[in-house]
Design a protein around this ligand. Sequence first.
Ligand code: URA
Length: 245
Amino acid sequence: MSLNNERLQKVIAQSGVTSRRKAEQLIVDGRVRVNGEIVKKLGTKVNKNDLIEVDHVPIVKEDLVYYLVYKPRRFISSVKDDRGRKIVTELVPDVDERVFPVGRLDYDTSGLILLTNDGELAQLLMHPSHQIDKVYVAKIKGIPPKSAFTLFKKGILSKGELLKAKQVRLLSANKQKNNSVIEITLHEGKNRQVRRMFEEIDFPVLKLKRERYSFLDLTGLQPGDYRELTKQEVQRLKDDALEDN
Ligand code: URA
């Protein structure tokens, strides 16, 4: 879509999100943001470089692109940061499209994160009803008892929120250093979920890495590397996301 000095409602409608009339309603209802700010004025002019979001999901004005990124620690999973920290989109400098991360990894968590400009797929993948495996490896201070793993699978309360793991297993334990390495698989993606689960049992997470997202892993990549997903991988992700709907 060529986009220069166009009316906001037209751009939203052309992106396929909805009709022009409904786009106007979205704007009036305060559900549309331009560059992070809510815009309620119909007819506001936008152009190519503006980030337009409906209900926090960027609309797509470009070819759809999909990247798998190995996020190092100390990067923010966001498209901007008010505190001047490095952001994940800086890891794909050669990508012209306005990509954004699918979900979040904490600033201090490393590992696999997807970047795309496909708002629809991102929303599907992030929706709690879709059972996408997210596999983390956590280095833990101390060696939690097996009973903690059973508890995690049943669900553990943290600040009034029930946090559940799909699978938990001990990969190694070092009695001398008093630490352990645990693999934990989540379907949910609640804020700081792995760290909070271990905080609840008083075994703090020292290091956290996401090793797998659905069928995708970090094979062949170093921290800071990225690669484009193949067409087949994108299709399989879509199929996986829709499967449990
Ligand atoms: N759980 C966390 O605690 N942090 C992450 O970044 C991801 C899952």
